[in-house]
Design a protein around this ligand. Structure first.
Ligand SMILES: C[S@@+](CC[C@H](N)C(=O)[O-])C[C@H]1O[C@@H](n2cnc3c(N)ncnc32)[C@H](O)[C@@H]1O
Length: 293
């Protein structure tokens, strides 16, 4: 009996702690990061409207919503499952809450933690929309595709749409016709993409974005500098030194040299990997007008 009571007590403490865990981190995110991300977006990304594609985005709607003040449509992809809930008012379970805490604390979701902790990306997206103050939210399943959910809402006086698709983008799973069916993409956005666009096994995906998208906004986990430097006009914010200790991240020596020559200030907010060990950066790449698709 004593053991049962003790186990019950421990469970209550652990669950109670985990439940409030998202709260203080969200407050800290709001006071330390949110305004800086919005200011960065207004100053540097205000020209990008229309359709933003965020591959390897998983459930992260917070960063694109704060950073791209003008966007109307956002397409997110990841490997996590998604299902339209019956109501837009969701209560997150502890697994989902601790994953959301990671976004507010580190600036990104962790793939391995999502495998066990995220049963429905849609719930995590709805919670972020609520935290950002979105109104008039509707949610529905996208027809003829599993694990595909559409959100419509108002934010800062603009009506916006977000679509999430569970979709593998490596060479063995990628469906280029499906990507083409998403319509014209104005900007591709990469943050904490596990350095997947660097890898051989993502060459078809890399080819697709390089051929079809005119603007890239990314940290150094996105498409390597070498693929962009000749055909795109580049603006670097922050510094690139080396990849964060992460399997699959290649040293980009020419990018490092370019960054050292520019010698920009470090970013004043968190954006993807780095964790205080390596400086982070945002590269804005715009296809040169004389280069056609
Ligand atoms: C580290 S998480 C980062 C998520 C988001 N970019 C962020 O900053 O919070 C990496 C994402 O890449 C997705 N991913 C991993 N392998 C993938 C693959 N083969 N195809 C498509 N997405 C993949 C994961 O499912 C996850 O959503």
């Amino acid at each position: 009996m004593k053991l049962i009571r003790f186990t019950f007590f421990v469970c209550c403490v652990v669950l109670g702690f985990t439940n409030v865990y998202g709260g203080p981190l969200l407050d800290k995110f709001r006071s330390n990061q949110q305004q800086k991300l919005q200011e960065f977006g207004k100053t540097n990304l205000g020209e990008f409207s229309g359709h933003i594609f965020y591959p390897f985005g998983g459930p992260d709607v917070t960063y694109p919503l704060l950073m791209f003040p003008e966007f109307k449509d956002l397409t997110l992809m990841g490997l996590e499952p998604a299902e339209a809930p019956e109501s837009v008012e969701v209560k997150l379970d502890n697994g989902a809450l601790s994953n959301l805490s990671s976004l507010y604390k580190r600036s990104f979701f962790i793939t391995d933690q999502m495998v066990s902790g995220v049963r429905n990306v849609a719930a995590l997206i709805l919670k972020q929309l609520e935290n950002l103050g979105a109104t008039d939210i509707t949610v529905k399943a996208i027809a003829c595709r599993d694990n595909a959910v559409e959100f419509r809402f108002m934010l800062n006086g603009t009506e916006r749409t977000i679509r999430y698709y569970k979709a593998g983008l490596d060479n063995s799973q990628i469906d280029i016709d499906f990507l083409k069916s998403l319509g014209p993409i104005n900007v591709v956005f990469f943050k904490a993409a596990s350095y997947l666009p660097h890898q051989k096994n993502f060459s078809k995906f890399r080819g697709f974005v390089l051929e079809n998208v005119a603007n890239f906004v990314q940290d150094s986990t996105g498409v390597p500098y070498e693929y962009l430097k000749d055909n795109f006009d580049l603006t670097l914010h922050g510094k690139y030194l080396k990849p964060y200790k992460f399997p699959g991240g290649f040293e980009q020596l020419s990018f490092r040299k370019y960054s050292e020559e520019l010698n920009k200030q470090e970013l004043s907010f968190s954006f993807g990997y780095g964790g205080g060990f390596v400086p982070t950066n945002i590269l804005v790449a715009k296809r040169k007008s004389e280069v056609s698709f």
